[in-house]
Write a protein of this length. Structure first.
Length: 178
């Protein structure tokens, strides 16, 4: 697989970022379109964000990275539920509304999966997507993720319940696509 539209991204561990860079991630995370597609859709305050970042330093089962394009932070991607005994993890990402539609999301997916499968002892990557986020579900499927299940009534937004689509890809499946 070639890099989508030649987009080159850089990933930096959140634990190594400056306060200003952490603030940029908070700003992106609090963009309405980003919050709408996440399980926690409330506006995150500075103290909550700092507590989250501090927790990453001591958490062996979570890793989070800034996503940078042309010298600017444009989003973030992370691993959670890292289980080295079973060589699996969950992943999630978000990008700023300011760069959507420029191939950043596709580049992020490709390059982050390359990073995960080449750097970490992970052989299976999973994700969950709220059912109304059909665009991201379709993107994951284009990159080889397969639907593995559905969690009914998993998220409540404005009093309405939504399900979550469960997707996964193995390292072997990813490498066979390259």
């Amino acid at each position: 697989m070639n890099k989508p539209d030649g987009v080159v991204l850089h990933f930096r561990n959140v634990t190594e970022l400056s306060e200003a860079d952490l603030s940029k991630i908070l700003s992106i995370r609090n963009e309405s379109p980003v919050r709408n597609n996440m399980y926690t859709s409330h506006q995150i305050g500075v103290d909550e964000h700092k507590s989250w970042a501090d927790g990453l330093r001591s958490s062996p089962d979570r890793k989070f990275f800034s996503v940078e394009h042309e010298g600017s932070i444009v989003g973030a991607a992370g691993l959670s539920a890292i289980n080295l005994a079973h060589k699996r993890a969950d992943w999630a990402f978000y990008i700023s509304q300011a760069v959507q539609g420029r191939g950043i999301g596709s580049a992020l997916e490709q390059q982050f999966l390359d990073l995960v499968f080449s750097t970490f002892d992970i052989e299976k990557l999973n994700c969950e997507v709220i059912e109304f986020n059909e665009k991201v579900i379709a993107m994951h499927e284009r990159f080889g993720f397969r639907r593995e299940g559905f969690r009914r009534d998993h998220v409540i937004r404005d009093g309405r319940k939504y399900g979550a689509v469960l997707l996964g890809i193995t390292k072997a499946e990813w490498e066979s696509r390259k």
